[in-house]
Design a protein around this ligand. Structure first.
Ligand code: F6P
Length: 547
Protein backbone atom coordinates (compact mmCIF):
# COMPACT_ATOMS: atom_id res chain seq x y z
CA UNK A 1 0.00 0.00 0.00
CA UNK A 2 1.37 3.45 -0.85
CA UNK A 3 2.75 5.12 2.31
CA UNK A 4 0.32 8.07 2.23
CA UNK A 5 -2.64 5.72 2.56
CA UNK A 6 -1.05 3.56 5.25
CA UNK A 7 -0.17 6.70 7.17
CA UNK A 8 -3.77 7.98 6.93
CA UNK A 9 -5.23 4.69 8.10
CA UNK A 10 -2.99 4.61 11.14
CA UNK A 11 -3.83 8.23 11.99
CA UNK A 12 -7.51 7.40 11.73
CA UNK A 13 -7.08 4.57 14.21
CA UNK A 14 -5.25 6.82 16.66
CA UNK A 15 -7.94 9.50 16.36
CA UNK A 16 -10.70 6.97 16.95
CA UNK A 17 -8.83 5.65 19.95
CA UNK A 18 -8.79 9.13 21.47
CA UNK A 19 -12.49 9.61 20.81
CA UNK A 20 -13.33 6.30 22.50
CA UNK A 21 -12.90 7.96 25.89
CA UNK A 22 -15.19 10.93 25.17
CA UNK A 23 -18.95 11.22 25.52
CA UNK A 24 -21.22 12.96 23.02
CA UNK A 25 -23.12 14.61 25.87
CA UNK A 26 -19.97 16.46 26.74
CA UNK A 27 -19.32 17.44 23.12
CA UNK A 28 -22.81 18.91 22.79
CA UNK A 29 -22.51 20.66 26.15
CA UNK A 30 -19.24 22.35 25.27
CA UNK A 31 -20.10 23.17 21.67
CA UNK A 32 -23.54 24.75 21.21
CA UNK A 33 -23.00 25.15 17.45
CA UNK A 34 -22.27 21.47 16.92
CA UNK A 35 -25.63 20.52 15.36
CA UNK A 36 -25.72 23.58 13.15
CA UNK A 37 -22.24 22.80 11.85
CA UNK A 38 -22.58 19.04 11.51
CA UNK A 39 -25.46 18.89 9.10
CA UNK A 40 -25.82 19.05 5.33
CA UNK A 41 -28.74 19.70 3.02
CA UNK A 42 -28.88 18.83 -0.65
CA UNK A 43 -31.49 17.62 -3.16
CA UNK A 44 -34.38 17.52 -0.71
CA UNK A 45 -32.35 15.56 1.87
CA UNK A 46 -31.19 16.93 5.22
CA UNK A 47 -28.64 14.93 7.22
CA UNK A 48 -27.82 15.69 10.83
CA UNK A 49 -24.62 13.76 11.59
CA UNK A 50 -23.80 15.64 14.78
CA UNK A 51 -24.61 12.62 16.97
CA UNK A 52 -21.47 10.83 15.80
CA UNK A 53 -18.47 10.24 18.02
CA UNK A 54 -16.06 12.57 16.32
CA UNK A 55 -15.02 16.19 16.14
CA UNK A 56 -13.93 18.57 13.40
CA UNK A 57 -10.32 17.40 13.53
CA UNK A 58 -11.44 13.78 13.09
CA UNK A 59 -13.48 14.80 10.07
CA UNK A 60 -10.39 16.42 8.58
CA UNK A 61 -8.53 13.13 9.11
CA UNK A 62 -11.27 11.31 7.25
CA UNK A 63 -11.19 13.81 4.37
CA UNK A 64 -7.43 13.36 4.18
CA UNK A 65 -7.94 9.58 3.97
CA UNK A 66 -10.35 10.11 1.04
CA UNK A 67 -7.72 12.23 -0.69
CA UNK A 68 -4.94 9.74 -0.01
CA UNK A 69 -7.11 7.01 -1.57
CA UNK A 70 -7.65 9.27 -4.61
CA UNK A 71 -11.41 9.26 -4.22
CA UNK A 72 -11.67 12.16 -6.70
CA UNK A 73 -9.82 10.12 -9.35
CA UNK A 74 -11.96 7.04 -8.67
CA UNK A 75 -15.19 9.05 -9.07
CA UNK A 76 -13.91 10.46 -12.33
CA UNK A 77 -13.01 6.98 -13.60
CA UNK A 78 -16.47 5.61 -12.84
CA UNK A 79 -18.36 8.48 -14.46
CA UNK A 80 -16.04 8.39 -17.49
CA UNK A 81 -16.90 4.76 -18.23
CA UNK A 82 -13.50 3.25 -17.42
CA UNK A 83 -13.58 -0.50 -16.83
CA UNK A 84 -13.36 -0.18 -13.07
CA UNK A 85 -15.07 -3.55 -12.52
CA UNK A 86 -11.71 -5.16 -13.20
CA UNK A 87 -12.51 -8.80 -12.42
CA UNK A 88 -15.37 -8.75 -14.93
CA UNK A 89 -13.60 -6.28 -17.21
CA UNK A 90 -16.66 -4.02 -17.32
CA UNK A 91 -17.44 -0.33 -17.05
CA UNK A 92 -19.79 0.74 -14.24
CA UNK A 93 -22.26 3.21 -15.67
CA UNK A 94 -25.54 3.12 -13.80
CA UNK A 95 -24.99 6.90 -13.61
CA UNK A 96 -25.39 7.07 -17.42
CA UNK A 97 -28.91 5.64 -17.07
CA UNK A 98 -30.02 8.83 -15.39
CA UNK A 99 -27.90 11.30 -17.37
CA UNK A 100 -29.71 13.89 -19.53
CA UNK A 101 -30.47 12.94 -23.15
CA UNK A 102 -27.87 15.47 -24.30
CA UNK A 103 -25.00 13.82 -22.40
CA UNK A 104 -22.19 12.03 -24.21
CA UNK A 105 -20.91 9.03 -22.24
CA UNK A 106 -18.68 6.61 -24.03
CA UNK A 107 -17.92 2.93 -23.62
CA UNK A 108 -15.16 1.88 -26.03
CA UNK A 109 -15.76 5.03 -28.03
CA UNK A 110 -19.52 4.44 -28.38
CA UNK A 111 -21.90 7.04 -26.90
CA UNK A 112 -24.35 4.95 -24.85
CA UNK A 113 -26.81 7.79 -24.12
CA UNK A 114 -28.88 7.43 -27.35
CA UNK A 115 -29.23 3.67 -26.64
CA UNK A 116 -30.46 4.44 -23.12
CA UNK A 117 -32.95 7.03 -24.40
CA UNK A 118 -34.25 4.61 -27.05
CA UNK A 119 -34.88 1.94 -24.43
CA UNK A 120 -36.58 4.46 -22.14
CA UNK A 121 -38.86 5.42 -25.04
CA UNK A 122 -39.60 1.74 -25.68
CA UNK A 123 -40.53 1.27 -22.01
CA UNK A 124 -42.62 4.44 -22.00
CA UNK A 125 -44.56 3.39 -25.11
CA UNK A 126 -45.42 0.06 -23.53
CA UNK A 127 -46.20 1.56 -20.12
CA UNK A 128 -48.57 4.10 -21.68
CA UNK A 129 -50.43 1.35 -23.51
CA UNK A 130 -50.87 -0.70 -20.36
CA UNK A 131 -51.80 2.28 -18.21
CA UNK A 132 -54.28 3.71 -20.71
CA UNK A 133 -56.00 0.35 -21.10
CA UNK A 134 -55.04 0.03 -24.78
CA UNK A 135 -52.89 -3.02 -24.10
CA UNK A 136 -55.41 -5.81 -23.78
CA UNK A 137 -55.14 -9.31 -22.42
CA UNK A 138 -56.07 -12.24 -24.65
CA UNK A 139 -59.78 -11.94 -23.88
CA UNK A 140 -59.84 -8.22 -24.65
CA UNK A 141 -59.67 -6.86 -21.09
CA UNK A 142 -57.21 -4.28 -19.78
CA UNK A 143 -54.43 -5.31 -17.41
CA UNK A 144 -55.15 -4.91 -13.69
CA UNK A 145 -52.28 -6.81 -12.00
CA UNK A 146 -48.56 -6.76 -12.74
CA UNK A 147 -46.30 -9.48 -11.36
CA UNK A 148 -42.56 -8.79 -11.38
CA UNK A 149 -40.71 -12.11 -11.27
CA UNK A 150 -37.05 -11.56 -10.37
CA UNK A 151 -34.64 -11.82 -7.47
CA UNK A 152 -31.80 -9.79 -5.93
CA UNK A 153 -31.20 -6.67 -8.00
CA UNK A 154 -34.04 -7.66 -10.32
CA UNK A 155 -36.45 -7.44 -7.41
CA UNK A 156 -35.31 -5.31 -4.48
CA UNK A 157 -34.99 -1.92 -6.20
CA UNK A 158 -38.31 -2.03 -8.09
CA UNK A 159 -40.00 -3.52 -5.03
CA UNK A 160 -38.79 -0.67 -2.80
CA UNK A 161 -39.67 2.08 -5.28
CA UNK A 162 -43.11 0.66 -6.12
CA UNK A 163 -43.88 0.43 -2.43
CA UNK A 164 -42.64 3.95 -1.71
CA UNK A 165 -44.53 5.50 -4.63
CA UNK A 166 -47.76 3.53 -4.22
CA UNK A 167 -49.72 6.72 -3.34
CA UNK A 168 -49.11 8.03 -6.87
CA UNK A 169 -49.61 4.65 -8.59
CA UNK A 170 -52.20 4.02 -11.30
CA UNK A 171 -55.52 3.26 -9.61
CA UNK A 172 -56.32 0.25 -11.83
CA UNK A 173 -52.92 -1.42 -11.51
CA UNK A 174 -51.65 -3.46 -8.59
CA UNK A 175 -47.98 -4.48 -8.66
CA UNK A 176 -46.70 -7.67 -7.00
CA UNK A 177 -43.20 -9.06 -6.57
CA UNK A 178 -42.23 -12.72 -6.64
CA UNK A 179 -38.63 -13.50 -5.74
CA UNK A 180 -38.69 -16.60 -3.55
CA UNK A 181 -38.73 -19.88 -5.47
CA UNK A 182 -40.62 -21.49 -2.60
CA UNK A 183 -43.92 -22.30 -4.32
CA UNK A 184 -45.78 -20.90 -1.34
CA UNK A 185 -45.15 -17.38 -2.63
CA UNK A 186 -46.13 -17.84 -6.28
CA UNK A 187 -49.08 -20.17 -5.65
CA UNK A 188 -50.42 -17.94 -2.90
CA UNK A 189 -50.37 -14.95 -5.24
CA UNK A 190 -51.74 -16.76 -8.30
CA UNK A 191 -54.77 -17.86 -6.31
CA UNK A 192 -55.74 -14.17 -6.03
CA UNK A 193 -55.16 -13.28 -9.70
CA UNK A 194 -57.22 -13.42 -12.86
CA UNK A 195 -55.37 -14.89 -15.85
CA UNK A 196 -57.22 -12.58 -18.25
CA UNK A 197 -55.94 -9.38 -16.67
CA UNK A 198 -52.48 -10.29 -15.33
CA UNK A 199 -49.19 -9.19 -16.88
CA UNK A 200 -45.94 -10.92 -15.89
CA UNK A 201 -42.64 -9.02 -16.11
CA UNK A 202 -39.83 -11.56 -16.04
CA UNK A 203 -36.84 -9.65 -14.87
CA UNK A 204 -33.34 -11.15 -14.95
CA UNK A 205 -30.12 -9.56 -16.15
CA UNK A 206 -28.58 -12.92 -16.98
CA UNK A 207 -31.83 -14.78 -17.71
CA UNK A 208 -30.17 -17.85 -16.21
CA UNK A 209 -31.16 -17.38 -12.56
CA UNK A 210 -32.76 -20.63 -11.49
CA UNK A 211 -35.26 -19.14 -9.04
CA UNK A 212 -36.56 -16.63 -11.57
CA UNK A 213 -36.79 -19.06 -14.49
CA UNK A 214 -38.53 -21.66 -12.32
CA UNK A 215 -41.10 -19.12 -11.11
CA UNK A 216 -41.55 -17.81 -14.65
CA UNK A 217 -42.13 -21.35 -16.04
CA UNK A 218 -44.70 -22.07 -13.36
CA UNK A 219 -46.45 -18.76 -14.05
CA UNK A 220 -46.57 -19.60 -17.73
CA UNK A 221 -47.97 -23.09 -16.97
CA UNK A 222 -50.64 -21.48 -14.75
CA UNK A 223 -51.54 -19.05 -17.51
CA UNK A 224 -51.86 -21.79 -20.15
CA UNK A 225 -53.85 -24.02 -17.78
CA UNK A 226 -56.69 -21.47 -17.99
CA UNK A 227 -57.31 -22.29 -21.64
CA UNK A 228 -55.11 -19.61 -23.27
CA UNK A 229 -52.92 -20.58 -26.23
CA UNK A 230 -49.16 -20.19 -26.74
CA UNK A 231 -49.95 -17.26 -29.04
CA UNK A 232 -51.68 -15.51 -26.14
CA UNK A 233 -48.46 -15.49 -24.10
CA UNK A 234 -47.28 -12.34 -25.86
CA UNK A 235 -50.15 -10.35 -24.34
CA UNK A 236 -49.25 -11.45 -20.81
CA UNK A 237 -45.49 -12.02 -20.57
CA UNK A 238 -42.72 -9.50 -21.15
CA UNK A 239 -39.04 -9.84 -20.25
CA UNK A 240 -36.30 -7.55 -19.01
CA UNK A 241 -32.79 -8.81 -19.64
CA UNK A 242 -29.42 -8.26 -21.29
CA UNK A 243 -29.67 -11.67 -23.03
CA UNK A 244 -31.95 -11.74 -26.07
CA UNK A 245 -31.14 -15.36 -26.94
CA UNK A 246 -32.02 -16.65 -23.47
CA UNK A 247 -35.29 -14.66 -23.55
CA UNK A 248 -36.17 -16.15 -26.93
CA UNK A 249 -35.28 -19.66 -25.75
CA UNK A 250 -37.61 -19.20 -22.80
CA UNK A 251 -40.46 -18.40 -25.18
CA UNK A 252 -40.92 -14.66 -24.75
CA UNK A 253 -41.17 -12.76 -28.03
CA UNK A 254 -38.06 -10.51 -28.31
CA UNK A 255 -40.47 -7.73 -29.37
CA UNK A 256 -41.69 -7.90 -25.78
CA UNK A 257 -38.18 -7.66 -24.36
CA UNK A 258 -36.71 -4.58 -22.71
CA UNK A 259 -32.94 -4.54 -22.69
CA UNK A 260 -30.03 -3.11 -20.80
CA UNK A 261 -26.27 -3.55 -20.78
CA UNK A 262 -23.50 -5.46 -19.04
CA UNK A 263 -22.15 -2.19 -17.57
CA UNK A 264 -25.22 -2.00 -15.32
CA UNK A 265 -24.69 -4.11 -12.19
CA UNK A 266 -27.76 -6.02 -10.99
CA UNK A 267 -27.94 -4.17 -7.66
CA UNK A 268 -27.56 -0.84 -9.48
CA UNK A 269 -30.15 -1.60 -12.16
CA UNK A 270 -33.48 -0.15 -11.02
CA UNK A 271 -32.80 2.88 -13.24
CA UNK A 272 -32.71 0.68 -16.35
CA UNK A 273 -35.45 -1.48 -17.90
CA UNK A 274 -35.36 -3.38 -14.59
CA UNK A 275 -37.50 -0.45 -13.44
CA UNK A 276 -40.27 -1.38 -15.92
CA UNK A 277 -42.66 -2.37 -13.10
CA UNK A 278 -42.03 1.05 -11.54
CA UNK A 279 -42.81 2.82 -14.78
CA UNK A 280 -45.95 0.74 -15.26
CA UNK A 281 -47.12 1.71 -11.79
CA UNK A 282 -46.25 5.41 -11.66
CA UNK A 283 -45.93 6.32 -15.35
CA UNK A 284 -43.04 7.53 -17.51
CA UNK A 285 -43.12 11.06 -16.16
CA UNK A 286 -42.67 10.05 -12.52
CA UNK A 287 -40.03 7.52 -13.58
CA UNK A 288 -38.24 10.43 -15.29
CA UNK A 289 -38.42 12.35 -12.00
CA UNK A 290 -36.85 9.40 -10.18
CA UNK A 291 -34.00 9.44 -12.71
CA UNK A 292 -33.68 13.23 -12.42
CA UNK A 293 -33.38 12.99 -8.63
CA UNK A 294 -30.65 10.36 -8.97
CA UNK A 295 -28.84 12.45 -11.58
CA UNK A 296 -28.92 15.50 -9.33
CA UNK A 297 -27.32 13.38 -6.60
CA UNK A 298 -24.71 12.16 -9.13
CA UNK A 299 -23.78 15.77 -9.84
CA UNK A 300 -23.66 16.55 -6.13
CA UNK A 301 -21.40 13.54 -5.52
CA UNK A 302 -19.12 14.47 -8.42
CA UNK A 303 -18.72 18.11 -7.51
CA UNK A 304 -19.42 18.88 -3.84
CA UNK A 305 -16.46 19.27 -1.45
CA UNK A 306 -16.14 16.35 0.97
CA UNK A 307 -17.43 18.47 3.86
CA UNK A 308 -20.73 19.06 2.02
CA UNK A 309 -20.93 15.76 0.16
CA UNK A 310 -23.76 13.58 1.47
CA UNK A 311 -22.58 10.18 0.17
CA UNK A 312 -18.96 10.88 1.09
CA UNK A 313 -19.83 11.97 4.63
CA UNK A 314 -21.97 8.87 5.20
CA UNK A 315 -19.22 6.66 3.78
CA UNK A 316 -16.51 8.21 5.95
CA UNK A 317 -18.64 7.94 9.07
CA UNK A 318 -19.26 4.27 8.27
CA UNK A 319 -15.53 3.63 7.83
CA UNK A 320 -14.85 5.50 11.08
CA UNK A 321 -16.93 2.98 13.04
CA UNK A 322 -15.92 -0.16 11.12
CA UNK A 323 -12.19 0.52 11.24
CA UNK A 324 -11.87 2.86 14.20
CA UNK A 325 -14.34 1.30 16.64
CA UNK A 326 -14.67 -2.29 15.37
CA UNK A 327 -18.39 -1.95 14.62
CA UNK A 328 -19.47 -5.07 12.76
CA UNK A 329 -22.96 -3.97 11.79
CA UNK A 330 -24.85 -0.93 10.58
CA UNK A 331 -28.57 -0.53 11.21
CA UNK A 332 -31.01 1.27 8.92
CA UNK A 333 -34.38 2.26 10.33
CA UNK A 334 -36.93 3.88 8.05
CA UNK A 335 -39.45 6.01 9.91
CA UNK A 336 -41.76 6.08 6.92
CA UNK A 337 -43.96 3.15 6.01
CA UNK A 338 -43.27 3.78 2.31
CA UNK A 339 -39.56 3.15 2.90
CA UNK A 340 -39.97 -0.09 4.82
CA UNK A 341 -38.16 -2.05 2.08
CA UNK A 342 -35.09 0.18 2.36
CA UNK A 343 -33.11 -2.10 4.72
CA UNK A 344 -33.52 -5.09 2.38
CA UNK A 345 -32.47 -3.01 -0.63
CA UNK A 346 -29.44 -1.59 1.18
CA UNK A 347 -28.46 -5.03 2.42
CA UNK A 348 -27.85 -6.22 -1.14
CA UNK A 349 -26.42 -2.92 -2.32
CA UNK A 350 -23.89 -2.73 0.49
CA UNK A 351 -23.14 -6.33 1.41
CA UNK A 352 -22.91 -7.71 -2.14
CA UNK A 353 -20.73 -4.75 -3.11
CA UNK A 354 -18.34 -4.47 -0.16
CA UNK A 355 -18.52 -7.94 1.40
CA UNK A 356 -14.97 -8.49 0.16
CA UNK A 357 -11.61 -9.45 1.67
CA UNK A 358 -9.36 -9.10 -1.38
CA UNK A 359 -8.08 -5.82 -2.76
CA UNK A 360 -8.48 -4.80 -6.37
CA UNK A 361 -4.97 -6.09 -7.02
CA UNK A 362 -5.59 -9.48 -5.42
CA UNK A 363 -4.02 -8.96 -2.00
CA UNK A 364 -5.69 -9.50 1.41
CA UNK A 365 -7.35 -6.21 2.46
CA UNK A 366 -5.87 -6.49 5.94
CA UNK A 367 -8.66 -4.59 7.70
CA UNK A 368 -12.39 -4.94 8.21
CA UNK A 369 -14.54 -4.03 5.19
CA UNK A 370 -18.32 -3.89 4.65
CA UNK A 371 -20.43 -4.21 7.80
CA UNK A 372 -23.52 -6.37 8.19
CA UNK A 373 -26.33 -4.06 7.11
CA UNK A 374 -29.65 -4.75 8.71
CA UNK A 375 -32.78 -3.06 9.96
CA UNK A 376 -36.52 -2.77 9.87
CA UNK A 377 -39.19 -0.14 10.23
CA UNK A 378 -37.96 2.11 13.06
CA UNK A 379 -41.23 2.27 14.94
CA UNK A 380 -41.67 -1.52 14.84
CA UNK A 381 -38.02 -2.01 15.71
CA UNK A 382 -38.39 0.09 18.84
CA UNK A 383 -40.74 -2.56 20.18
CA UNK A 384 -38.52 -5.42 19.11
CA UNK A 385 -34.75 -5.01 18.81
CA UNK A 386 -33.91 -1.47 19.98
CA UNK A 387 -33.25 -2.81 23.49
CA UNK A 388 -29.91 -4.07 22.19
CA UNK A 389 -29.14 -0.72 20.56
CA UNK A 390 -29.64 1.06 23.88
CA UNK A 391 -28.16 -1.34 26.39
CA UNK A 392 -26.48 -4.18 24.49
CA UNK A 393 -22.74 -4.73 24.55
CA UNK A 394 -22.22 -4.05 20.82
CA UNK A 395 -21.82 -0.66 19.20
CA UNK A 396 -24.40 -0.40 16.42
CA UNK A 397 -24.21 2.81 14.35
CA UNK A 398 -27.55 3.59 12.72
CA UNK A 399 -29.24 5.63 10.02
CA UNK A 400 -32.74 6.87 10.86
CA UNK A 401 -34.55 7.87 7.67
CA UNK A 402 -37.76 9.89 7.98
CA UNK A 403 -39.98 12.07 5.82
CA UNK A 404 -41.00 15.55 6.96
CA UNK A 405 -44.12 15.93 4.82
CA UNK A 406 -46.02 12.68 4.48
CA UNK A 407 -48.92 12.12 2.05
CA UNK A 408 -50.56 10.43 5.03
CA UNK A 409 -50.01 13.49 7.15
CA UNK A 410 -52.83 12.32 9.40
CA UNK A 411 -52.41 13.64 12.89
CA UNK A 412 -51.46 12.44 15.41
CA UNK A 413 -49.89 9.52 13.44
CA UNK A 414 -47.21 11.56 11.73
CA UNK A 415 -46.44 13.49 14.94
CA UNK A 416 -45.82 10.19 16.71
CA UNK A 417 -43.56 8.87 13.95
CA UNK A 418 -41.38 12.00 13.81
CA UNK A 419 -41.27 12.40 17.60
CA UNK A 420 -40.06 8.81 17.98
CA UNK A 421 -37.41 9.14 15.30
CA UNK A 422 -35.97 12.24 16.96
CA UNK A 423 -36.34 10.83 20.49
CA UNK A 424 -34.56 7.57 19.70
CA UNK A 425 -31.56 9.40 18.27
CA UNK A 426 -31.51 11.61 21.35
CA UNK A 427 -31.82 8.69 23.77
CA UNK A 428 -29.08 6.72 22.05
CA UNK A 429 -26.79 9.71 22.25
CA UNK A 430 -27.61 10.89 25.80
CA UNK A 431 -28.14 7.67 27.66
CA UNK A 432 -29.23 7.99 31.27
CA UNK A 433 -26.71 8.58 34.07
CA UNK A 434 -27.00 6.92 37.51
CA UNK A 435 -27.99 10.29 39.02
CA UNK A 436 -30.78 10.71 36.49
CA UNK A 437 -31.99 7.16 36.93
CA UNK A 438 -31.97 7.54 40.72
CA UNK A 439 -33.87 10.85 40.59
CA UNK A 440 -36.50 9.30 38.36
CA UNK A 441 -37.02 6.36 40.70
CA UNK A 442 -37.21 8.66 43.70
CA UNK A 443 -39.90 10.64 41.88
CA UNK A 444 -41.74 7.35 41.33
CA UNK A 445 -41.64 6.83 45.09
CA UNK A 446 -39.50 3.67 45.09
CA UNK A 447 -37.78 2.64 48.31
CA UNK A 448 -34.03 3.14 48.73
CA UNK A 449 -33.56 -0.64 48.69
CA UNK A 450 -35.51 -1.05 45.44
CA UNK A 451 -33.62 1.86 43.87
CA UNK A 452 -30.27 0.25 44.69
CA UNK A 453 -31.47 -3.02 43.19
CA UNK A 454 -32.76 -1.46 39.95
CA UNK A 455 -30.14 1.21 39.42
CA UNK A 456 -27.67 -0.81 37.29
CA UNK A 457 -30.53 -1.96 35.05
CA UNK A 458 -32.00 1.50 34.53
CA UNK A 459 -28.78 3.27 33.48
CA UNK A 460 -27.95 3.70 29.81
CA UNK A 461 -24.38 4.46 28.67
CA UNK A 462 -25.56 6.46 25.65
CA UNK A 463 -22.83 7.68 23.29
CA UNK A 464 -24.38 5.55 20.53
CA UNK A 465 -24.10 7.16 17.09
CA UNK A 466 -26.87 7.90 14.61
CA UNK A 467 -27.35 9.84 11.40
CA UNK A 468 -30.80 11.38 11.12
CA UNK A 469 -31.73 11.59 7.44
CA UNK A 470 -34.83 13.67 6.67
CA UNK A 471 -36.46 13.80 3.25
CA UNK A 472 -38.57 16.91 2.59
CA UNK A 473 -41.21 14.55 1.20
CA UNK A 474 -41.21 11.09 -0.31
CA UNK A 475 -41.42 12.00 -4.00
CA UNK A 476 -39.91 10.27 -7.06
CA UNK A 477 -37.22 12.96 -7.10
CA UNK A 478 -36.16 12.71 -3.45
CA UNK A 479 -36.35 8.93 -3.57
CA UNK A 480 -34.07 8.89 -6.63
CA UNK A 481 -31.64 11.16 -4.78
CA UNK A 482 -31.77 9.02 -1.62
CA UNK A 483 -31.02 5.75 -3.42
CA UNK A 484 -28.26 7.30 -5.53
CA UNK A 485 -26.80 8.76 -2.32
CA UNK A 486 -26.53 5.27 -0.84
CA UNK A 487 -25.08 3.87 -4.09
CA UNK A 488 -22.32 6.46 -3.92
CA UNK A 489 -21.77 5.88 -0.22
CA UNK A 490 -21.07 2.21 -1.01
CA UNK A 491 -18.82 3.18 -3.93
CA UNK A 492 -16.83 5.55 -1.73
CA UNK A 493 -16.28 2.91 0.92
CA UNK A 494 -15.17 0.43 -1.75
CA UNK A 495 -12.57 2.98 -2.91
CA UNK A 496 -11.29 3.49 0.65
CA UNK A 497 -11.04 -0.24 1.28
CA UNK A 498 -9.62 -0.71 -2.22
CA UNK A 499 -12.04 -3.51 -3.11
CA UNK A 500 -13.97 -4.04 -6.34
CA UNK A 501 -17.54 -3.16 -5.30
CA UNK A 502 -19.00 -4.41 -8.56
CA UNK A 503 -18.39 -8.15 -8.66
CA UNK A 504 -19.94 -10.87 -6.49
CA UNK A 505 -17.94 -14.07 -6.86
CA UNK A 506 -18.91 -15.09 -3.34
CA UNK A 507 -22.42 -16.05 -4.43
CA UNK A 508 -21.21 -18.67 -6.92
CA UNK A 509 -20.09 -21.58 -4.74
CA UNK A 510 -23.46 -22.03 -3.05
CA UNK A 511 -25.21 -22.00 -6.44
CA UNK A 512 -22.90 -24.72 -7.80
CA UNK A 513 -23.32 -26.94 -4.75
CA UNK A 514 -27.13 -26.52 -4.82
CA UNK A 515 -27.15 -27.84 -8.41
CA UNK A 516 -25.13 -30.90 -7.33
CA UNK A 517 -27.44 -31.52 -4.39
CA UNK A 518 -30.50 -31.25 -6.63
CA UNK A 519 -28.95 -33.92 -8.88
CA UNK A 520 -28.35 -36.03 -5.78
CA UNK A 521 -32.06 -35.83 -4.94
CA UNK A 522 -32.87 -37.22 -8.37
CA UNK A 523 -30.11 -39.84 -8.59
CA UNK A 524 -30.19 -41.07 -5.02
CA UNK A 525 -26.36 -40.78 -4.94
CA UNK A 526 -24.71 -38.34 -2.55
CA UNK A 527 -22.30 -35.95 -4.28
CA UNK A 528 -18.77 -37.38 -4.42
CA UNK A 529 -16.62 -36.20 -1.55
CA UNK A 530 -19.48 -34.58 0.38
CA UNK A 531 -19.03 -34.41 4.18
CA UNK A 532 -21.15 -36.52 6.54
CA UNK A 533 -23.32 -33.61 7.68
CA UNK A 534 -24.24 -32.66 4.11
CA UNK A 535 -24.94 -36.33 3.22
CA UNK A 536 -27.18 -36.73 6.26
CA UNK A 537 -29.17 -33.60 5.36
CA UNK A 538 -29.48 -34.75 1.73
CA UNK A 539 -30.87 -38.09 2.90
CA UNK A 540 -33.46 -36.41 5.09
CA UNK A 541 -34.51 -34.00 2.33
CA UNK A 542 -34.62 -36.75 -0.30
CA UNK A 543 -36.89 -38.88 1.90
CA UNK A 544 -39.21 -35.91 2.49
CA UNK A 545 -39.35 -35.05 -1.23
CA UNK A 546 -40.20 -38.64 -2.12
CA UNK A 547 -42.95 -38.95 0.52
O1 F6P B 1 -26.73 -14.37 -7.25
C1 F6P B 1 -26.57 -13.00 -7.07
C2 F6P B 1 -27.11 -12.24 -8.24
O2 F6P B 1 -26.32 -12.45 -9.36
C3 F6P B 1 -27.24 -10.76 -7.94
O3 F6P B 1 -26.05 -10.08 -8.09
C4 F6P B 1 -28.32 -10.37 -8.89
O4 F6P B 1 -28.88 -9.13 -8.56
C5 F6P B 1 -29.26 -11.53 -8.73
O5 F6P B 1 -28.43 -12.65 -8.57
C6 F6P B 1 -30.23 -11.74 -9.87
O6 F6P B 1 -29.56 -11.94 -11.08
P1 F6P B 1 -30.32 -11.85 -12.46
O7 F6P B 1 -30.87 -10.49 -12.60
O8 F6P B 1 -29.28 -12.18 -13.49
O9 F6P B 1 -31.43 -12.88 -12.44
Amino acid sequence: MPDARAERWSRLQQAAHQQAGRHLREQFATDPARAERMCVRSNGIFIDYSKNRLDDADLQQLFALADACDLRGAIHAMFAGERINSTEHRAVLHTALRAPATADIRVDGHNVVPDIQAELAHMAGFAEQVRSGQWLGHTGEPITNIVNIGIGGSDLGPRLVCDALRPIGHPRLRTHFVANVDAGRLNGLLRQLDRRTTLFVICSKSFTTQETLTNASSARAWFLAGGATEADIRRHFVAVSTHTEAVRAFGVDPANMFGFWDWVGGRYSLWSAVGLSIMLQVGPEAFGELLAGAHAMDEHFRTAPWSQNLPVLLALLGVWYVNGFGAATHMVAPYDHGLRQLPGFLQQLDMESNGKQTTRDGQPVGRATGPVVWGNSGINGQHAFYQLLHQGSQLVPADFVATLHSPDNTRPHHDIVLANCIAQAQALMMGRTPDEARAEMEAEGLSAERIAELLPHRCFDGNRPTNVILLDALTPRTLGALLAMYEHKVFTQGVLWNVNSFDQWGVELGKQLARRIESAFASGQSPAGADSSTCQLIDLARAALAA
